[in-house]
Design a protein around this ligand. Structure first.
Ligand code: SF4
Length: 323
């Protein structure tokens, strides 16, 4: 949630691992043609099952699919030719009908503090942004989930400029891969952990299935722990509800902007009748799991009452709205 450029601002923007469960897992990434005049099929974005079908058609044993999958997502190869543990003949056969395309970067903005903003062009001329944010003890990648945003928050340029479409899972995932590759060459021995924050263009919960598939690969293949992945949302109670059974359980950041529903109707118009109170209660149940005891929810309600009182005090003092 939240536009990369307009809400965070480049100068003010905040703050790999093992190949696990490659065999047998099936990320529903979907096909990812990307912009190209090349008729070859793009391998980036294919799941293990689809890769298995391709490699079987080339007369290869099943384990080759796992090797290619690892090159695509854990090792972030940029060409079939980079997959050096595949036999040369297989690389040539695979390249004849397939290649490996990521969205095109059409603009790079470097900041003096090391922050890098990338503007990508996707199919259909949609553009999105991602940001790399180096900090003392970590490196953060801020990614987008939609081209534009239908939520239309009053303060947000992305919302005001309109909504084009949801990103495919592969388009979400490719932002992480691309930023990692852009950042790594300048500091190959950099051991600061990666973080991914879903705070770019779009409301993540409105593109939940694709986001979920992409983040599963970020977690399983790129090696980021669940606590290193944060999904930021304005909060839709019924969609927060979908997160409860989700494993791994990523971090959730909810931007209420104000706990007062009448203000929220103005600031976040698409939130409709979703009361701030419902959002917080749902978030707590999401964090606790579906079997959270009622007493826990009651405690949240009590906490919310305190938060409301604080917000009222903040408003009375003329200070910034609580988030
Ligand atoms: S939900 Fe959409 S409109 Fe609101 S701040 Fe985030 S990107 Fe902007």
């Amino acid at each position: 949630m939240g536009p990369v450029a307009d809400r965070q601002g480049l100068a003010r923007a905040p703050g790999e691992g093992g190949l696990s469960r490659v065999f047998g897992r099936k990320a529903a990434l979907g096909d990812n043609p990307q912009v190209s005049s090349d008729a070859r099929r793009n391998l980036f974005g294919l799941d293990l099952s689809s890769l298995g079908e391709i490699l079987t058609s080339l007369g290869q044993p099943a384990y080759r699919a796992g090797q290619v999958y690892g090159w695509l997502y854990a090792r972030r190869a940029r060409a079939v030719g980079d997959m050096t543990d595949l036999p040369k003949a297989l690389r040539e056969n695979l390249s004849a009908g397939h290649d490996l395309r990521w969205p095109e970067v059409v603009e790079r903005q470097h900041s003096s503090d090391g922050t890098l903003k990338l503007l990508f062009r996707l199919e259909g001329e949609a553009t999105i942004e991602s940001v790399y944010i180096p900090e003392l003890r970590r490196r953060t990648i801020c990614i987008s989930t939609q081209a534009g945003c239908p939520v239309k928050c009053a303060f947000c340029l992305t919302g005001i400029s309109g909504y084009k479409r949801n990103l495919k899972a592969a388009e979400i995932l490719s932002q992480v891969a691309h930023v990692m590759n852009e950042a790594a060459p300048s500091s190959p021995r950099d051991e600061r952990p990666w973080n991914v924050v879903v705070m770019g263009m779009g409301e993540p919960l409105l593109n939940y299935e694709n986001l979920s598939a992409a983040l599963d690969v970020v977690h399983d293949e790129m090696g980021l722990g669940a606590r290193k992945i944060t999904v930021s949302t304005v909060g839709f109670p019924e969609r927060l509800n979908k997160l409860a059974p989700k494993k791994p359980r990523f971090q959730l950041a909810i931007s209420l902007h104000t706990p007062f529903q009448e203000q929220r109707d103005v600031l976040v118009p698409a939130s409709g009748a979703d009361a701030a109170r419902d959002i917080l209660l749902e978030a707590e149940l999401t964090a606790s799991g579906p079997s959270a005891p009622p007493v826990r929810a009651a405690r949240v309600a009590a906490g919310l009452a305190a938060a409301l009182a604080l917000a009222a005090l903040a408003a009375w003092l003329g200070t910034e709205l609580l988030r």
